[in-house]
Ligand binder design. Structure first.
Ligand SMILES: *Cc1c(COP(=O)(O)O)cnc(C)c1O
Ligand SMILES: [Zn+2]
Length: 421
């Protein structure tokens, strides 16, 4: 691969040729995540802003020269990427902001941001001729792997906590994955999956372990900047569990700066739930993330439940190197944000997606953003993933349906007595 220079360990700085190691730097147990580094001069000979403007492939593969795959690699047929970036003027007004956009990754084929990474995993596994791909997941990474594997007939084995929302488990089963429901947490599922991958030689998609997942996730940054005509926003809000998405967004922005396609680095604001706030605590208190003990990880936002964020080194750098911040919000604030986002811009998010918006609300209250800044909120998952939380959120918002007989008089009575019109 001419455009991939090396893999650099983010713990010790050691550099490896791409074929020297498969996933991690072996010197730090399972924590030796590496960064894929590129030859930007070579890439510039293959892709430009002008060429992109003429490219009608509206998927992540429009950025193929910037991805760790071969130019001739066959890519899965599902349409992944180029999700809409909606202007959100009514929400902006509520928050007294001038420019606010919501990017909706709930629209990807398996309804979460994770499709961006799983697409790369499937291409890499097929490059290696792997018979089976595996991952542990809180639900969405698994659903994404499962769906993309189904699109190309690739076998896979999935490890998710038994407590994952039923919709996510249904996705795994409909795509015919082999599903291990773990009687334990995501962290337990992760450890078992790593052991199983080593035991059976399966291709390992795990977050914070397989370095190429960051590379898929970075495409969201490319899209945001291209959709804004290469005028990078000032701030991007995203929820954080393992920290791979925020690390990926950072990587994409660094690529664009290195290519000279954007002129400044947006601040990245990571949003965490109170019960799963490892990164927030570490950042605020200056704790050592190689030795800090796990937190409980308990939150209604199952997709950002991570007691020990697997991609914490990249997740911390994403905030410190961009002069960003971590903010921490309660489960009630997350649930409140679901109807607010749906009503304010028409985007229906699962709790972890709405958490990013709840984080913006908090950041505005705390003065972390200025009124004239150009702000993007990333919705990472579709609301249909978790109907139970949605119903709780609308009940909290005071919304309930009227149960009536199919009769016009009854309807009129109901409208009148409830002062609906
Ligand atoms: C995975 C996920 C996140 C968090 O991503 P991390 O890389 O674990 O930080 C946020 N929202 C949704 C919907 C997700 O599926
Ligand atoms: Zn190392």
């Amino acid at each position: 691969m001419d455009h991939v220079m090396d893999l650099k360990c983010v713990v010790c700085g050691k550099e490896y040729a791409p074929d020297d190691i498969e996933y991690i730097c072996p010197d730090h147990d399972n924590d030796g995540i590496v960064d894929v580094r590129y030859d930007y001069d070579f890439i510039k000979s293959r892709i430009s802003k002008e060429k992109l403007a003429e490219n009608r492939d509206y998927s992540i593969w429009r950025y193929k020269p910037l991805l760790p795959v071969l130019p001739e690699a066959k890519v899965p047929p599902l349409s992944i990427g180029w999700t809409p970036l909606y202007d959100a003027p009514r929400l902006a007004r509520q928050l007294q902001l001038k420019h606010l956009w919501v990017k909706d990754d709930g629209r990807l084929p398996t309804a979460s941001f994770k499709d961006r990474a799983s697409a790369i995993a499937v291409v890499k596994a097929q490059e290696k001729g792997a018979e089976i791909i595996t991952t542990a997941s809180t639900g969405n990474a698994a659903a994404a792997l499962s769906g993309i594997c189904a699109s190309v007939g690739q076998r896979n084995v999935i490890f998710v906590p038994e407590s994952a929302p039923p919709a996510k488990i249904a996705q795994l089963l409909v795509y015919d994955s082999t599903v291990m429901l773990i009687k334990g947490s995501y962290d337990d599922a992760f450890e078992l999956c790593l052991e199983a991958a080593a035991e059976y030689g399966w291709y390992n998609r795990n977050t914070g372990y397989n370095p190429y997942m960051t590379e898929g996730k970075k495409t969201a940054s490319y899209e945001i900047c291209e959709q804004l005509d290469w005028n990078a926003p000032d701030v991007i809000f995203v929820s954080v569990g393992d920290g791979c998405i925020i690390g990926g967004l950072h990587k994409g922005l660094k690529d664009l700066l290195a290519l000279g396609w954007i002129d400044h680095m947006p601040r990245l604001i990571g949003v965490q739930a109170e019960g799963s706030n490892y990164m927030f605590e570490a950042w605020q208190n200056g704790e050592n993330i190689l030795t800090k003990a796990p937190v409980s990880g308990i939150t209604v936002a199952d997709s950002i439940s991570a007691g020990l964020p697997r991609d914490r080194i990249k997740a911390l750098a994403a905030v410190t190197e961009t002069n960003g911040a971590y903010v921490c919000i309660s489960d009630d604030e997350i649930l409140n944000a679901i109807p607010t986002l749906a009503r304010g811009v028409g985007v229906f998010a699962e709790p972890a997606g709405a958490a990013a918006y709840a984080g913006l609300v908090k950041a505005v209250a705390e003065g972390l953003v200025r009124a004239d800044e150009r702000i993007v909120v990333l919705n990472t998952g579709n609301g249909l993933k978790d109907i139970k939380s949605t119903m709780t959120s609308v009940t909290m918002a005071g919304s309930s349906p009227y149960h009536i007989e199919p009769d016009l008089e009854v309807l009129k009575q109901t409208i009148q007595s409830n002062r609906i019109l």
